[in-house]
Write a protein that binds this ligand. Structure first.
Ligand code: PBG
Length: 328
């Protein structure tokens, strides 16, 4: 009987042994929690398809950020859910817009010193049609204009930086937005504000619950002319190269679990800090299974986060951030 000289099970024998040789770790400091800011006071409105996720009025959001800070969470990512929308999305860059007011309130609280405040930059939550840019309509046909949208997005980035965002994070997928944002930020005296680019963002079915949370479902058509085709790995690398050339400081990959191969390839190729966004649909599908008792919540949650870290993400934007931080 021949036994192998190497027995890999030796290093799995106890919890202490496994802990010593563990290759990938999860830390609260590498988690970012998304927040949806809405009008009103004392509002905590649960998103039907996302158990445990709320639209929060600014006062409630400040409390949530304080709790995140106590848990050691690394950052919060802010989205605005405005009452009023128009075809340009002017609420996105309004000095007194919902996200700008939220940023000022959060930055005024001491909690904001121990975590990073990131503002999503996009128009879709603010446009009446729900697209991420300016729509040109001609009867049945419509197009999302690139360059006019970029000008508005750059203005939005500067407005959010002025309101106190530590990082601006464009998620619109227009061409040339990073260079335009850098120029406008610099001109506004915000040369020190980093840009975290959602460099490779795929047109995904997994954003469905978010669109309910943010009220940003396109009223017609879809986002396939600006967000990427899920089949394209090489094109994702070109998107990232371009954003780096335009001045991106950090990368955000999205969605996460259905695109772990893209995260790994980006990690191997590029040296920028890189996060991944475990998006709403990833969260909701796990929760649906938890509710039915089909998956063990804690273990499945941590395993999903570990898969994203192991694929190469330095940090993870996730709706599980607070729950995970409580365990870690
Ligand atoms: C805005 C934006 C979206 C998400 C983040 N920023 C929605 C979309 O592109 O339709 C999705 C996040 C999630 O699903 O959790 N453009």
């Amino acid at each position: 009987m021949e036994f192998p000289a190497t027995r890999l099970r030796r290093l799995r024998s106890t919890a202490a042994m496994r802990s010593l040789v563990r290759e990938t770790h999860l830390h609260p400091a590498a988690l970012v929690y998304p927040l949806f800011l809405c009008e009103g006071e004392g509002v905590r409105r649960e998103v039907a398809s996302m158990p445990g996720v709320f639209n929060l009025s600014i006062d409630e959001a400040v409390k949530e950020v304080e709790e995140c800070a106590e848990l050691g969470i690394g950052g919060v990512l802010l989205f605005g859910v405005p009452d009023e929308k128009d075809d340009q999305g002017s609420g996105a860059w309004a000095a007194d817009g919902i996200t700008q007011r939220g940023l000022r309130a959060i930055k005024a609280s001491s909690a904001s010193k121990s975590l990073v405040t990131i503002a999503d930059v996009c128009l879709c939550e603010y446009t009446s049609h729900g697209h991420c840019g300016i729509v040109q309509r001609d009867g049945e046909h419509y197009a999302i204009e690139n360059d006019s949208s970029v000008a508005l997005l750059a203005k939005t980035a500067a407005s959010l930086a002025e309101a106190g965002a530590d990082i601006v994070a464009p998620s619109d997928m227009m061409d040339g937005r990073i260079a335009a944002m850098r120029a406008v930020l610099d001109a506004a005296g915000k040369a020190d504000t980093p840009i975290m680019s959602y460099a490779s963002k795929f047109a995904s079915a997994f954003y469905g619950p978010f669109r309910e949370a943010a009220g940003s479902t396109p009223q017609f058509g879809d986002r396939r002319t600006y967000q990427m085709d899920g089949a394209n790995r090489r094109e994702a690398m070109r998107e990232i190269e371009q954003d780096i050339a335009e001045g991106a400081d950090m990368l955000l990959m999205k969605p996460a679990m259905p695109y772990l191969d893209i995260i790994r390839e980006a990690r191997d190729r590029f040296d920028l800090p890189m996060g991944a966004y475990q998006v709403s649909g990833e969260y909701s599908m796990l929760h649906a299974a938890f509710q039915r008792g089909w998956l063990e919540p804690e273990r499945a949650m941590l395993e999903s986060l570990l898969s994203i870290r192991r694929a190469g993400a330095d940090f993870i934007v996730t709706y599980f951030a607070m729950n995970a931080a409580k365990i870690l």
